[in-house]
Write a protein that binds this ligand. Structure first.
Ligand code: FAD
Ligand code: FES
Length: 346
């Protein structure tokens, strides 16, 4: 089906596969339509269509609260074209990207699921063909028999790769996290990506500040590995704040310790427990990692106060934590919006 994507300044004709989300078809064609979560929560991808031309495949999506339905608004990430049609995108379009490195659909096979904590699993997907992604990006995954796509940030170092590593926090009653618990290795998954703008490239040449809540550490691992292998810590420093509720929730400490040791004194990592005071040293946490008590963004604020410098800041995790961190980075650290990148794990 042909969909004409119009803005006030431009018009693009894209081809949508049957039942393909209009957002994914547009991004696949290199059209820089606005989006953030790509999975129905944030409302960023709203557009307008004539009645009866676009089907809303998830009418309960939380992102609907940002729409004016009486004006024909719908979410491109939950909209499929019912025939050739035209849509109007009210927000400004981003720069178009080269379709070769842009997102596409790839079939993947779930290859490995293992527990990291009592409620966090790691899993990997082997792709039928390689994709290239930037550190900090995510993909959306659709599992067989489960309605809709879920977004997950890549943990592995950015590269051209046929294997993607992820972590997922189990959610009570959660569709994908529940599906994964049955450890369905060998299942075929539809992968669409890479997506997301909370990315880092070595040529940025600035210090790094990472504030992660729980599974928000996923994309930071990719950024830190890439920073290390590209020699970034020879000239710049990095400060990482990783928030969990209590000591039983912490993971990736050995991997973080290896990064700290390899960065030759230019990388600091602080784990913050929000619900447990730090009474004694946890022997499972290597000595090169600091441990503190409090909400992770507040701990970051205390530790960085007066020494914010001019970093590129990354924030990821639960939305209230991300909102708190963003307020702090704007009001206290006075960082410009262009130096603050975030993903809300909705
Ligand atoms: C950019 C981004 C990156 C993320 N990265 C990670 C990560 O690395 N690790 C991690 O643990 N979590 C991550 N998340 C959160 C993750 O996408 C899931 O929301 C979370 O794992 C819960 O999924 P679930 O299926 O278990 O729960 P559910 O409650 O079943 O689903 C949660 C989400 O799935 C989608 N969804 C649910 N039902 C439908 C439906 N019927 N049709 C269409 N869509 C539906 C919606 O987006 C919903 O918010 C990320 C989120 C975003 C936006
Ligand atoms: S991008 Fe569609 S609701 Fe977030």
């Amino acid at each position: 089906m042909k969909v004409t994507v119009r803005t006030r300044a431009s018009s693009h004709e894209i081809e949508c596969a049957p039942r393909e989300r209009i957002l994914y078809a547009a991004l696949r064609a290199g059209v820089g339509v606005p989006y953030e979560c790509a999975t129905g929560s944030c409302g960023t991808c709203k557009a307008r269509a004539r009645p009866g031309t676009v089907e809303d495949v998830w009418p309960q999506a939380p992102g609907h609260e940002y729409l004016k339905r009486e004006r024909g608004e719908f979410l491109m990430c939950q909209g499929v074209a019912l025939g050739d049609c035209e849509i109007l995108v009210p927000s400004r379009m981003g720069a178009e990207f080269c379709a070769a490195s842009g997102p596409r659909h790839v079939a993947g096979t779930l290859s490995e699921v293992r527990s990291l904590t009592h409620d966090v699993d790691a899993f990997s997907v082997e792709l039928d063909g390689p994709i290239t992604f930037d550190a900090g990006q995510f993909v959306v995954l659709a599992a067989p028999g489960l309605a809709g796509y879920r977004a997950y940030s890549m943990v592995n170092e950015a590269a051209e790769t046929s294997r993607l590593d992820f972590i997922v926090k189990r959610k009570a009653g959660g569709g994908f996290s529940g599906w994964l618990q049955a450890k369905r290795a060998g299942s075929t998954i539809d992968v669409f990506g890479p997506l997301g703008k909370a990315t880092w490239r070595p040529e940025e040449g600035k210090d790094l500040l990472c504030i992660a809540g729980g599974s928000g550490i996923a994309g930071m691992m990719s950024i830190l590995s890439h920073a290390l292998s590209s020699g970034h810590f020879k000239r710049h420093r990095g400060d990482v704040f990783f928030g969990v509720r209590a000591r039983e929730d912490v993971f990736f400490t050995d991997e973080l310790a290896r990064l700290v040791q390899a960065a030759g004194g230019r990388l600091s990592v602080t784990v913050a427990y929000s619900e447990e005071p730090v009474m004694d040293r946890d022997p499972r946490i290597p000595g090169c990692i600091d441990v503190s008590h409090g909400f992770v963004h507040l701990v970051a604020g205390e530790r960085m106060a007066g020494a914010w410098g001019d970093p590129t800041a990354f924030v990821a995790g639960p939305p209230p934590m991300v909102d708190g961190a963003l307020r702090m980075l704007v009001m206290e650290a006075r960082l410009p919006a262009s130096d603050i990148r975030y993903d809300k794990f909705t």
